[in-house]
Design a protein. Sequence first.
Length: 141
Amino acid sequence: MAREAFEELAETFEFLDDWEDRYRTVIDLGKAMAPLEDALRVPATKVEGCASQVWLVPRIEGAGPGAVFHFRGDSDAMIVRGLIAVLGHLYDGLTVAEVAAVDAPAELGRLGLNDHLSAQRSNGLRAMVERIRLLARQAAA
């Protein structure tokens, strides 16, 4: 289950033949994101388990399982900013109940990123996914 924005991103990645083109696309996605204000770069929004500095800030519309999940994020590393943008394509705009149903490893695997990210980046990506899932679970309660 993926949002239309992620489906479009997956289609784009299908046309990119080599990892360098995919890597540049991820970085470009990160560059296109608005930076997170310094006031939001606090320990409460920081994602632990990432080699880079990463912050994720949720914005929930509504209440309960039908609440709509939005988030903003930032990182001090360009590739990680891009991965945050990819996660935005995957999760932003889903209900908090739908967030739990997303098979992130399978969906992200469609982009072919898993084979080319370092172990640290892969661990950081998993940590970001877990934080998103936690934020959604908290909002659903």
